[in-house]
Structure formats: structure tokens, C-alpha cells
Ligand binder design. Structure first.
Ligand code: IMP
Length: 198
């Protein structure tokens, strides 16, 4: 499959989350690409109305590319639990409520799961959109299972209850370098870089 290559030197990162902007800026630095955050450019944050990770990543990337008239990169991610019909999925952030308390979100997952199958995977989708409407989208996944009680104080979100296949410790206990090497986000980034930045 042929992909459109990114040939510019400036990339808009369609996020209002400073942590994500730093992460993406670090990943783009080896390619000599300058990143600009959506907040910094005064771009509004579109509502995530899509019903898939892809739809949400694409709508955020398109909105920023149109608004800034520059190529824009957006991501959408979450935890998928097949025994819960795919929940929390695209609602992963929302399950933590207005205070963004992930102990509430993890407790809800555990309660709803009860005795059901504990398999789960994290998904990350990255979309790179151009002002002319073209878009390239890549998905990364990391598969594993959920443990209870949560373990570890590293990472964020659902990390303390997720153990990746082939590992014994949770993402919350794992050295960040090790998590970044195997994570859903790393897989999606490698696909994006191979397709559009090399
Ligand atoms: P987003 O900002 O809409 O992509 O929200 C993603 C949500 O999914 C986050 O708030 C986390 O709850 C969850 N999530 C995504 N990636 C990870 C991860 O690597 N570890 C733990 N939770 C994650």
C-alpha cells in the first residue's frame, strides 16, 4: 500500500494535553520536525463524536489541519475489554469521571468484569491529516490481561491493572522505557514513521 509522505518541517499536534504534546515532540525530533500544539495555535478542541478510535483520531486531525492550514497529527487511545463488549474503549477517559480519577474507572472495570474473562488490550490510533483532506491512519495494540487489585504507581490511566502478554508485572510497575518499547502507542508510532516519515 502506498502512503503519502510528510514533506514539511512543521507539524500541528492536535491535542490540548501538554503531556501528549511533549511525547509527540520527542518522537518527531529525530526527523527534524518542529511541532506546534493545538492549544498554542488557539484551535478549538472538537467533540469526540465518533464511534471508533479511528473516527475520533481522524476527526481531531482533520479539524486541526483545516484550522491551522498545516498537516496535523492526532491520537485516540483506550482500554478494550472484550468481555465487557469492548468497554471502556473510546470512553476510557470518561469512565474516570470529571475528577479524572482512574481508581474509580479501574474499580468500575473490576466490578463489571466480576468472574468474566480478564483478557484486555490497549489500542492507540494515530491520524495524520493534510489541509486538502487526505489522511493516513495507523493502529497499534498491546494485548494482555487485567489483575486485581491494581499494582504500581508508575504510568497513568489503567496501567496498574494491565499485564502485557509475556510479562508478570503491570504497566504501573514497569520501567517507563520498557513500557514505551512495547506499548500500543509505540506500535502505532512505528507504523506512522515507517509509512510517512522515512
Ligand atoms: P484519549 O486522550 O481520548 O486518547 O484518552 C485515552 C484514555 O485511555 C486515557 O485517559 C487512559 O485512561 C486510557 N489509556 C490510553 N493509553 C493508556 C496507557 O498507555 N495506559 C493506561 N491507560 C491508557
Amino acid at each position: 500500500m502506498s502512503h503519502r509522505r510528510f514533506s514539511g518541517s512543521k507539524l500541528v499536534v492536535a491535542t490540548h494535553n501538554p503531556g501528549k504534546l511533549v511525547e509527540i515532540t520527542d518522537l518527531m525530533r529525530p526527523f527534524g520536525i518542529e511541532t506546534l500544539g493545538a492549544a498554542q495555535l488557539g484551535l478549538p478542541e472538537p467533540e469526540e463524536t465518533g464511534s471508533t478510535f479511528e473516527a475520533n483520531a481522524e476527526l481531531k486531525a482533520h479539524a486541526a489541519a483545516q484550522g491551522a492550514r498545516e498537516p496535523a497529527l492526532a491520537d485516540d487511545s483506550g482500554l478494550v475489554v472484550p468481555a465487557l463488549g469492548g468497554d471502556p474503549g473510546i470512553y476510557s477517559a470518561r469512565w474516570a469521571g470529571p475528577t479524572k480519577d482512574f481508581s474509580i474507572a479501574m474499580t468500575r472495570v473490576q466490578k463489571e468484569l466480576a468472574e468474566r474473562d480478564r483478557k484486555a488490550h490497549f489500542v492507540a490510533v494515530l491520524s495524520l491529516a493534510w489541509p486538502d483532506g487526505h489522511c493516513e491512519t495507523f493502529r497499534g495494540e498491546v494485548h494482555g490481561h487485567l489483575v486485581w487489585p491494581p499494582r504500581g504507581k508508575r504510568g497513568f490511566g489503567y496501567d496498574p491493572m494491565f499485564v502485557a502478554d509475556g510479562h508478570q508485572i503491570t504497566f504501573g510497575e514497569m520501567d517507563p522505557e520498557q513500557k514505551h518499547a512495547i506499548s500500543h502507542r509505540a506500535v502505532a508510532f512505528r507504523k506512522l514513521v515507517d509509512a510517512c516519515f522515512r
